[in-house]
Design a protein around this ligand. Structure first.
Ligand SMILES: NC(=O)c1ccc[n+]([C@@H]2O[C@H](COP(=O)([O-])OP(=O)(O)OC[C@H]3O[C@@H](n4cnc5c(N)ncnc54)[C@H](OP(=O)(O)O)[C@@H]3O)[C@@H](O)[C@H]2O)c1
Length: 255
């Protein structure tokens, strides 16, 4: 039986890199996002061409009713979930100094980047506990965090706080789900070339050129996708609760 992976934000940017890598590896794919299915048609076709069952679910991840409806459909169609990748996330629509930043932005960031994944994890964990796995491999939950969990950017404090929260959520769920044989990991990307970083491309181009990273290039969705695939396949055993850095050395302390 093919294992079933649910990937939020799985049709664009880092999520697309993850879906492509898991698709190449024979996973059945359930993908979720805000846009409607038609807008994702060509990407979904490219995944189906790999030979796997692929379904798309329109779901606002911060909305409890949307999450519930999506999981009901996923269970009806596929019976269970073996791997959850909490990838969907947003940056603030406007970067603003924390002396000025609004409560509305904070609520939006926390709702999408922290509350949504936390309660989706809760619901998927319950589903995993009461259903049989598709195959032999260990079930797992993988959170896409960010170096912003530890690197302070005062012009997007809400984003940093949401990602620091995800780091703790990873630990909490690793502890709680260990007795059920479900591993929980965080994959922590640095600067990855996607729509999210398009607006700050020139700034980061310059910083990378000036030695910000040990590996002097932008990260790619493929870099993150390969790390997630290794975890999802069980290639990194005995590591629940681990944080896998995919940041080109950005966070290595230096003098
Ligand atoms: N890019 C980076 O440098 C970087 C670095 C570290 C961490 N990350 C994290 O990596 C993850 C993916 O980022 P990305 O760069 O790939 O971003 P992206 O290109 O902007 O794509 C974001 C994805 O998340 C989905 N999404 C956003 N808000 C959603 C919501 N409320 N409900 C459901 N789906 C939602 C989007 O769905 P639609 O396509 O339907 O809009 C899209 O598929 C995020 O958690 C981000 O914080 C990114």
């Amino acid at each position: 039986m093919r294992p079933v992976a649910l990937i939020t934000g799985g049709t664009r940017g880092i999520g697309a890199g993850i879906a492509t890598n898991l698709g190449r590896d024979g996973f059945t794919l359930a993908l979720a996002g805000r846009r409607n299915e038609k807008e994702n048609e060509s990407f979904l076709k490219s995944l189906r061409d790999l030979g796997n069952p692929v379904r798309y679910f329109q779901c606002e991840i911060g909305n409890p009713d949307d999450r519930k409806a999506m999981l009901k459909k996923v269970e009806e169609i596929f019976g269970t979930i073996d791997v959850l990748v909490n990838n969907a996330g947003i940056a603030p629509s406007q970067r603003a100094d924390i002396l000025e930043a609004s409560e509305e932005s904070f609520e939006e960031l926390i709702g999408t980047n922290l509350k949504g994944p936390h309660f989706l994890t809760q619901a998927v964990a319950r589903l995993m506990i009461r259903t049989r796995p598709s195959g032999e491999s260990q079930r797992c939950i993988i959170n896409i965090g960010s170096v912003s969990a530890t690197v302070a950017s005062v012009n997007r404090g809400d984003y940093c706080i949401s990602k620091a929260g995800i780091a703790m959520a990873t630990r909490l769920w690793a502890v709680r789900l260990a007795e059920h044989g479900i591993a929980v990991y965080e994959v922590r990307p640095g600067i990855i070339q996607t729509d999210m970083t398009e607006g700050v491309k020139e700034k980061y181009d310059r910083m990378i050129e000036n030695g910000l990273l040990l590996e002097r290039r932008w990260g790619t969705p493929e870099d993150v996708g390969r790390a997630v695939r290794a975890l999802a396949r069980g290639d990194i055993p005995y590591a629940t609760g681990a944080v896998i850095m995919i940041d080109g050395g950005l966070t290595v302390p230096r003098l």
